[in-house]
Design a protein around this ligand. Structure first.
Ligand code: PMP
Length: 355
């Protein structure tokens, strides 16, 4: 249809490569679903809620619990239908057609996607060969940008931007800086202490990873209350439905369980890394998140992806020159990780011809 904007016509549909598999390690989700007893509490509360009414825009109970959990005033928190919605809200609030957003490459695809839809340009700064952030280049190129999106730990590399570097960047640039901390629970390093010094810093978080709530869709941002009040106007009303509000209210009361599961995933990340040290064909690159890059010395990324999928393991393949021999693998449950390691061992035997 010729009325559709060019930016949409040219855009590829959002899709994740692959098909369903027994072991799903492709979207950085938590491998742990919530126990039935906790789900039951959520159902009971939902049962007492009117579904015919719009959800609350200011759910003080939820905001108070979240403020407590995050250690940030509730006036400086904005909830969204996943952090993806907040990315859109932020871009709509700070940028217009013709503006430029600076981010890194390889990085999280949604910033570019939303920008493209809105005819906003993207400046991508390459990460260094070891996937660390090139702070000097970011600062140099920031002059040409109106907004900066950084992800730490970065998706899909798992590399981090240190607190001192974020502080230095904020001293040097006078732009909104969005620090996406979707994986912060797994790194334990946050830029949050810098919020008190910089009104132009916004921190983005999600319930989709450590909290194991990807299906419910809930994200939030932390910022200065004066900024949050403006961003609120750009977000669609009632986008955070009663199901995710209720689930989060209950789950925030169970957050010690989240801490335990995060520790479990970190221990599994270390175990996989160590197991892979004895492999010849595969290597795990260091990561501060709940996923890591799996590098092969002989197979290309497509082959690794296909050979794992043939064996019922779904990982993430990226059509990127930087990832010619790398796929991204989410840390799964101990049983899923055993399955993965066994399948990698099979592939290694196949490739090296040893039986
Ligand atoms: N930011 C980053 C860096 C992510 O990796 C993801 C999820 N893949 C998101 C944001 C979006 O998360 P949500 O489910 O909250 O929309």
């Amino acid at each position: 249809m010729s009325y559709i904007k060019n930016s949409i016509l040219k855009l590829e549909p959002y899709s994740v490569p692959g098909r369903p598999a027994a072991v799903k390690l492709n979207q950085n989700e938590s491998p742990f679903d919530w126990p039935p007893a906790i789900k039951e509490k959520i159902f009971k509360k939902l049962d007492r809620t009117n579904w015919n009414r719009y959800p609350r825009e200011e759910n003080t109970e939820l905001l108070t619990r979240l403020a407590d959990y995050a250690g940030h005033s509730s006036e400086g928190i904005l909830l969204g239908n996943g952090s993806n919605e907040l990315i859109q809200t932020i871009i709509c609030s700070f940028a217009s057609k013709g503006d430029r957003i600076l981010t890194v490459r390889p990085g999280f695809s949604i910033y570019k996607r939303v920008a493209t839809i809105l005819d906003i340009e993207i400046i991508e700064i390459n990460l260094k060969p070891d996937f660390s952030f090139d702070l000097q280049k970011i600062i140099e190129q920031a002059q040409a940008a109106g907004l900066i999106f950084l992800t730490s730990p970065n998706n899909p590399t798992g590399s981090m931007m240190g607190l001192e570097d974020i502080d230095y960047l904020l001293q040097k640039v006078d732009l909104p800086v969005i620090l996406d901390e979707a994986y912060v629970e797994f790194s334990g390093i946050t830029g949050q202490p810098l919020l008190k010094n910089y009104e132009n810093l916004i921190i983005l978080r999600t319930f989709s990873k450590a909290f194991g709530l990807a299906g419910a869709r809930l994200g939030y941002l932390l910022g200065a209350p004066s900024v949050v009040n403006q961003l609120k106007k750009a977000r669609l009303p009632f986008s955070v439905g009663l199901f995710q509000q209720t689930a989060a209210e209950i789950l925030l009361a169970e957050n010690e369980l989240v801490t335990d599961l995060v520790e479990k995933i970190k221990a599994e990340r270390k175990r996989i890394y160590e197991e892979l040290l004895s492999f010849k064909v595969f290597k795990a690159l260091p990561s501060s998140a709940n996923f890591f890059l799996l590098e092969s010395s002989t197979l290309n990324a497509r082959e690794v992806f296909n050979r794992l999928l043939e064996r019922d393991v779904l990982v993430r393949w990226f059509d990127l020159p930087e990832f010619q021999n790398k796929v991204r693998v989410t840390v799964g449950s101990p049983a899923e990780n055993d399955f993965l390691i066994n399948k990698l061992r099979d592939i290694e035997k196949e490739v090296t011809g040893c039986r």
